[in-house]
Design a protein around this ligand. Structure first.
Ligand code: GSH
Length: 214
């Protein structure tokens, strides 16, 4: 049994919890609220010297990076469910996950950091003067790319739910609360609706990220 050091408050922290739950894997969860400094405790720094979450520890094997953790969980504990044993299928899935880490997550972090920071730490981070810049020139082409890809596909890869979907959905944890214009990206909206229909995705959402007017 592995141990996850994580928090569902975080996009990356949530996706490892969701995949664990979706695959029905029994695990130990140690909540580390990095936004309250718990990542800097001496105990946690011994697990992950960067102080970041998520981390997985499996019988002395320590793994960081949320996308690598998703791959490990599905291979080592899920019988390759949500992943694949075929080289080309694996590549199709991991291509999206590298894209997530290289482009999707950084662009969304730039646009959302003030909003997310204030939500997490309202006393320390002032409320942003403006709503997130969904028209940002770096982000917009990424949203358009995913939306176009999903025009005739139910999921990102292989025509079925994979860890690539959980990977990209991570940052979308904040989308409803931050009033993302889903009506401008209808394929993305339908796909995310499909993700939200899975209990593992729904159950790992914390109240903080529910839409204020829901
Ligand atoms: N690329 C890493 C990013 C990890 C990361 O930045 N985690 C954030 C939460 S989403 C964190 O722990 N921040 C606390 C800190 O930087 O001290 C991953 O995908 O796991």
């Amino acid at each position: 049994m592995y141990t996850l050091y994580t928090t569902p408050l975080s996009a990356n922290g949530r996706k490892v919890l969701a995949v664990t739950q979706h695959l029905g894997i029994e695990s130990r969860v140690r909540l580390v609220n990095v936004y309250r400094g718990e990542g800097r405790s001496p105990d946690y720094l011994r697990v992950n010297p960067s102080g970041k979450i998520p981390s997985l520890v499996d019988d002395g094997f320590v793994l960081t990076e949320s996308n690598a953790i998703l791959q490990y969980i599905s291979e080592a504990y899920g019988g390759a469910r949500l992943f694949s044993q075929d080289a080309r299928e694996r590549a199709e899935i991991t291509s999206w996950m590298f894209w997530e880490a290289a482009h999707w997550q950084p662009a969304l972090t730039a646009v959302l950091s003030a909003f997310v920071g204030h939500k997490l730490l309202p006393d320390a981070v002032p409320a942003p003067a403006e709503v997130p810049a969904w028209n940002d020139e770096t982000l917009r082409p990424l949203l358009t790319r995913v939306d176009a890809h999903l025009v005739d596909r139910p999921f990102l890869a292989l025509g079925e739910l994979t860890i690539a979907d959980f990977s990209l959905a991570g940052m979308m944890t904040y989308f409803r609360a931050a009033e993302f214009p889903f009506d401008e990206f209808l394929n993305l909206a339908s796909w995310y609706g499909r993700l939200e229909a899975f209990p593992a995705w729904r159950d790992t959402q914390v109240d903080l990220w529910k839409h204020d007017r829901e």
